[in-house]
Structure formats: C-alpha cells, structure tokens
Write a protein that binds this ligand. Structure first.
Ligand SMILES: Nc1nc2c(ncn2[C@@H]2O[C@H](COP(=O)(O)OP(=O)(O)O)[C@@H](O)[C@H]2O)c(=O)[nH]1
Ligand SMILES: *[C@@H]1O[C@H](CO)[C@@H](O)[C@H](O)[C@H]1NC(C)=O
Ligand SMILES: [Mg+2]
Length: 200
C-alpha cells in the first residue's frame, strides 16, 4: 500500500484506510481507478458490508458499503481506521446533504486523530452536476477537513487523494521532529486540479 503510494520507510505496518459515503457515490470505482488505473463503468459492482480490496504488507484500503443496514458493520472498523476518505457525488444532492450525518458519525466512532478527507466525486459529469465546488469547499472548511473534487472516470485527483493521505500519515508517525511539519490542507490546495477552467 504505502509503496504503491510512493511513500516508503513508513514505520507503521498496519495502516488502514477506508472509503466511506453513500451507496453509488463511486467508492469502488475510485479505489479501482487508484489500484488499476482504469474506470469500471456501470454499477455491476455491488459492495456488501466491508469489501477488502487492496492490501499489502504495509497496510490495507477498505471499500465499504454505504447502505444504512450495513452501518453497524462499518462502525466497528472506524475505530481502527487511520484515515477515512469520505465521498459524495457531485451529481447527487442527497449524497451531499448526507455528509453532515457522515461527519457526525465519523466524529462519534472514529479515532480522534483520524486523517479525514472530503471528496466530491464524478466531477467529470459537468452536465449532471448539482453540487458546486464552492459548496463542497464551504462544508469542508466548516468541519476543518481537506477537500478536493475527484473523478474515477477521468482519474482526476484520485492518486493525489491517496498520496496526500499517505504523506500525512507518514509525517504523523515520524519521530523526527526536526523536519518541517507537513501541512495536509496546504498540500491539497496546491496540488488539486479543478474542473471548470483551464481545460481540465
Ligand atoms: N461519471 C462518473 N461516474 C462514476 C464515477 N465514479 C463512479 N461512477 C459511476 O457511479 C456508479 C456507482 O459507482 P460505485 O463505485 O459502484 O459506487 P459505490 O457504491 O460508492 O461503491 C457506477 O455506475 C459508476 O460507473 C465518476 O467519477 N464519474
Ligand atoms: C442519490 O443518492 C442517494 C443516497 O444518498 C440514493 O438513495 C439515490 O438513489 C441516488 N440517486 C441517484 C439518481 O443516483
Ligand atoms: Mg461499492
């Protein structure tokens, strides 16, 4: 996992990253895009409960089902997760409206120092978009979490999301205090590509 993220010599060998969010927002597609560099069109993948997707000696990335009936399953895993990628779908307003509930739930069940990032997925679908990037930015600011828009279809920002999380985890576990502190928010702001201008 960590080698794949381009971050080596990480002392922790049991890293757990989880993708969470409502059903249909693109969690499985984002993970497949990250792992295989490909987009799987169609909703033929139906994730049930927790689906163990990517794993190596250094850690694992868990793909979850967002269905209400599986929430009790995912709660148990929040406690152990070091990082959570919380996704909504920019073409689906209710998936965005539910972010408040997800953030509350994460606050309740996850570790206090969990690395959290909000992702507005399907940013490629310009015509179907109903959630503006500014709305995502506002929510993220309110909760103090880094934010970016992604597309599993085009690949936009997918690798960056995982890289940013890996960098933050690495810096948190480093004993060497001499090095300048890694600023996740700043890194994300600097590196993100946005849709809507400049040909992206
Ligand atoms: N246009 C577009 N469609 C996407 C994107 N990501 C996922 N989808 C589609 O959204 C649907 C749900 O994706 P899936 O990964 O199964 O969602 P999950 O339930 O959160 O795991 C599928 O039909 C995907 O093809 C994306 O970035 N852009
Ligand atoms: C939008 O998301 C909600 C869950 O947040 C889901 O129940 C609904 O089916 C989705 N609608 C579409 C059109 O994908
Ligand atoms: Mg899925």
């Amino acid at each position: 996992l960590v080698a794949a993220l381009g971050v080596d010599s990480l002392p922790c060998s049991r890293l757990q990253v989880m993708l969470v969010g409502d059903s249909g927002v693109g969690k499985t597609c984002v993970l497949v895009r990250f792992k295989d560099g490909a987009f799987l069109a169609g909703s033929f993948i139906s994730t049930v409960g927790i689906d163990f997707r990517v794993r190596d000696a250094l850690g694992s990335i868990w793909d979850t089902a967002g269905q209400e009936r599986f929430r009790s399953v995912t709660h148990a895993y929040y406690r152990d997760a070091h990082a959570l990628l919380l996704l909504y779908d920019v073409t689906n307003k209710s998936s965005f409206d539910n972010m408040q509930a997800w953030l509350t739930e994460i606050h309740e069940y996850a570790q206090q120092n969990v690395v959290l990032m909000l992702l507005g997925n399907k940013a490629d679908a310009a015509h179907e978009r109903v959630v503006k990037r500014e709305e995502g930015e506002r929510l993220a600011k309110e909760y103090g979490v880094p934010f970016m828009e992604t597309s599993a279809k085009s690949g936009m920002n997918v690798e960056l999301a995982f890289t940013a999380i890996a960098k933050e985890l690495k810096h948190r576990t480093m004993k060497d205090e001499g090095e300048q502190k890694f600023q996740l928010q700043e890194f994300v702001k600097k590196e993100t590509r946005s849709t809507g201008c400049c040909g992206f």
